[in-house]
Design a protein around this ligand. Structure first.
Ligand SMILES: Cc1cc2nc3c(=O)[nH]c(=O)nc-3n(C[C@H](O)[C@H](O)[C@H](O)COP(=O)(O)O)c2cc1C
Length: 181
């Protein structure tokens, strides 16, 4: 199955990007995870979509349409999802009658250096995806707290317990995606 993964952080050394790379490494033969870079996605502006979508947006929406499922790893900023995450979702919710994210199985995960591991951002993200009728997996959840202690300086997930949890999460997500295929 083809999974599109996006990180709601543009930072080079982002823990959330590293988390998605760890997911790529841990995903078994049945799952192929492609990570899309959101750096070229402009801020949503309805004027920009009135003619045709900007190229980066069109590519992003096609990638979602072609994927069997979507993984979103968003950092938490000020107790919510990042603007990068929300902006990507807003684009992917258009047009409302044929939204690329509508009906897609979605898995939410996140990493933060603090102790709450993106819990609040994940809740907000779930609520937001409900409005597009994306099918968010409720359980298991994956929250990586104290991220600084769990990755090495190259961004490799070195914490074995977290890697095991991530593996279990991915197995569950594969099952979730199958339900909608
Ligand atoms: C504007 C801003 C607000 C933040 N607010 C939170 C927060 O509410 N909760 C939290 O756990 N971390 C917060 N952080 C810390 C982020 O979790 C941390 O910067 C994290 O590394 C961002 O994810 P990334 O490594 O994928 O870029 C905040 C960081 C910034 C820049």
């Amino acid at each position: 199955m083809n999974i599109l993964a996006l990180a709601g952080s543009l930072r080079k050394a982002s823990f959330n990007k590293s988390l998605l790379r760890a997911a790529q490494d841990l995903s078994g033969d049945e799952m192929d995870i492609e990570i899309i870079d959101l750096a070229d996605i402009p801020l949503f502006n309805a004027d920009l979509e009135s003619d045709k979508d900007p190229d980066a947006v069109a590519n992003f929406k096609d990638a979602i349409r072609n994927a069997d499922g979507v993984l979103i790893a968003s950092p938490e900023y000020n107790h919510g999802m990042t603007g990068v995450t929300k902006n990507a979702i807003d684009w992917a919710s258009r047009p409302p009658k044929d939204a690329p994210l509508a009906g897609k199985p979605v898995g939410i995960l996140g990493a933060s250096p603090g102790v709450t591991g993106t819990a609040r951002s994940q809740d907000q993200l779930r609520q937001c995806l409900k409005s597009i009728n994306a099918h968010c997996m409720s359980l298991p959840e994956f929250l990586l707290f104290r991220a600084r202690e769990k990755f090495d300086e190259k961004g490799t997930l070195t914490d074995e317990t977290s890697a095991k949890h991530l593996q279990k999460y991915l197995n569950a997500f594969a099952g979730w995606v199958k339900k909608f295929s």
